[in-house]
Ligand binder design. Structure first.
Ligand SMILES: Nc1ncnc2c1ncn2[C@@H]1O[C@H](COP(=O)(O)OP(=O)(O)OP(=O)(O)O)[C@@H](O)[C@H]1O
Ligand SMILES: [Mg+2]
Length: 338
């Protein structure tokens, strides 16, 4: 399959003005999403996953946020578009599904009206046509009796159904890129599997590129072709899903993988947790950001910042020890089994 980049994030840096001064929640983030692929974005809480997606959608308060770098979509840099040009893309060509369906839906508007509204804004069709399309979208997301459901309010639906409504809304204009920020965290396991399968099916049907943000490496193993691992605002490793699961190079990625409970593993074994905590953005370590928590860190790691370097086979890693790990006998034995 030839790679057709849809969305290219290049050296993105997102800085917030805060009372403590400027803080960069995202710093030098580079990755791309191609047509028909799902890219997983993983990392501990606070590492900048949501800020990255909110930057792509330009959803952050622009009075207090500064963007640097480039976000290329269809040959244009989204960071350079005017607000009105961005409005034409947001929810239309690039859509997002948020974690909590309740806060993203209007409680006093029927779900049919809410989906139709998005369609009317972007497609200049009549309300009647838009409602018909809303019904089709609900059907596409597997909601039974969509002709009745369009007249319901969000509180009349279960969490899984509401999440489907959000997906229907995000996909109503047949976007090229779907950003899903923890789309199933609030749902129980069975519904989670159904929603993930649904996104996957729709991805193929609509030939979308999907950016799937999640804490859950099990989800990544199931639905992603490529993975971007973030730590403290940076991409620290990237690669094909199998490469990252079986041949992770960065000690942080290895740590994350060891934190997955193994189904066939010894259940009494204590789950490996990466030692230490993520430092605040106001106290970013010099050198490699992960060095204070890394068992392999030496002087170079503590004093100078490694770049994200390509090591072949589509794998990139931001680590001074990458070559050493790569050459070390037994490399590839450190990952988890999936
Ligand atoms: N508006 C803001 N002003 C200042 N700091 C912010 C703002 N929004 C987010 N941050 C900080 O940016 C960092 C990254 O946050 P982000 O929400 O992207 O993390 P995340 O990886 O999505 O975490 P989680 O897994 O918990 O959702 C955090 O330290 C957060 O406190
Ligand atoms: Mg988040």
């Amino acid at each position: 399959m030839s790679i057709q980049p849809l969305l290219e994030v290049k050296h993105l840096r997102t800085t917030f003005a805060t009372e403590q001064g400027p803080v960069a929640a995202v710093d030098d983030v580079t990755f791309m999403v191609s047509k028909g692929e799902t890219v997983g974005v993983v990392g501990e809480s606070g590492c900048g996953k949501s800020v990255t997606s909110e930057s792509i959608m330009r959803l952050l308060n622009e009075k207090t946020t500064t963007y640097e770098g480039e976000i290329l979509f269809e040959g244009r840099d989204l960071l350079k578009l005017s607000k009105s040009e961005m409005r034409k893309i947001r929810g239309n060509k690039i859509s997002m599904v948020f974690q909590d369906p309740m806060t993203s839906l209007n409680p006093v508007q029927t779900i049919g009206d809410q989906i139709a509204e998005v369609i009317v804004i972007h497609q200049k069709v009549s309300k009647g046509t838009a409602l018909k399309k809303a019904e089709e979208m609900l059907k596409l997301t597997g909601i039974p009796a969509p002709e009745k459901r369009i007249h319901e309010y969000p509180h009349e639906m279960s969490g899984g159904m509401r999440q489907r409504v959000l997906i229907a809304m995000a996909l109503a204009c047949r976007p090229k890129v779907l950003i899903a920020d923890e789309p199933t965290t609030a749902l129980d396991v069975t519904i989670q599997a159904q929603i993930l399968e649904l996104i996957d099916d729709l991805k193929s049907e609509l030939e979308m590129g999907v950016m799937m943000i999640t804490h859950d490496l099990g989800v990544v193993a199931e639905v992603c072709q490529r993975v971007v691992v973030m730590y403290l605002g940076q991409v620290i490793e990237e690669g094909g899903v199998e490469t990252l699961f079986f041949n992770p190079l960065h000690p942080y990625t290895k740590g994350l993988l060891k934190s997955i409970p193994q189904i066939d593993g010894d259940r009494t074994e204590k789950l490996h947790v990466i030692k230490g905590v993520v430092p605040p953005l106001t106290a970013i370590p010099t050198g490699c950001r992960f060095a204070p928590r890394c068992a392999f860190a030496d002087e170079q790691c503590k004093s100078s910042t490694p770049d994200l370097q390509e090591i072949g086979n589509g794998q990139k890693v931001r680590c001074w020890k990458a070559d050493e790990f790569l050459n070390k006998e037994g490399h590839g034995q450190n990952g988890a089994t999936v």
